[in-house]
Ligand binder design. Structure first.
Ligand SMILES: [Zn+2]
Length: 196
């Protein structure tokens, strides 16, 4: 799937992914596997950030399945994957960064009763420089956690008041500026509405 079809963090015009029935992880799943490998999926820094983002959800005490790092040789193994991209796309978004989206989520393709292709998250490893927002690590962990939220089945929220802002805001900078890098009570309630 091309970048245009993805849910982009940092683009004001991005559309929430709509996962059809049966297109999130099984309601009763106790764990899901986050795929990393050495064939262009999850290389380098994106592995670190994906693991950091994963830990936010695992620490959130929700009904969401526990996300387990998985290191196969086959990129098609695991339940969802992480990919790294470095393309810089200039945008005039009205906030500090003018270089590209920070991450994206490619939803699964649905078959009749299950995924035909698995979802994956994208992380832009050119983002999160040391002078950007709250620093490289926190920025990218927050982005990764947001994208993993999509993989778990969540769409976007569109708040601007820091008292109401969630991890799943459509504009990543909104959450970052409000020091929201983890699933909030609202994010947890939303994901708990998906899983038994
Ligand atoms: Zn998003």
């Amino acid at each position: 799937m091309g970048l245009a079809g993805m849910a982009m963090v940092g683009l004001s015009a991005c559309q929430p992914p709509q996962l059809g029935p049966g297109c999130h992880f099984a309601r009763s799943a106790s764990q899901v596997l986050l795929n990393h490998n050495a064939n262009g999926w999850g290389d380098g820094a994106s592995n670190v950030w994906a693991s950091g983002g994963r830990s936010h959800w695992n620490n959130a005490n929700t009904k969401a399945p526990t996300i387990v790092n998985y290191w196969p040789q086959d990129q098609n193994a695991g339940h969802f994957g992480v990919k790294e991209y470095t393309s810089n796309v200039s945008i005039n978004s009205g906030y500090t960064s003018t270089v590209g989206p920070s991450g994206g989520f490619a939803p699964p393709t649905c078959g009749s009763s299950s995924w035909a292709t698995k979802p994956h998250i994208w992380l832009n490893t050119t983002k999160g420089s040391a002078n950007e927002r709250n620093g490289r690590q926190l920025w990218n962990y927050g982005v990764a956690a947001h994208e993993i939220g999509h993989a778990l089945g969540l769409g976007h929220t569109t708040n601007t008041d820091c008292a109401k802002v969630h991890l799943m805001e459509s504009r990543n900078a909104t959450a970052q500026d409000c020091n929201v890098h983890h699933p909030t009570a609202g994010d947890k309630a939303a994901v708990n509405g998906i899983y038994d």
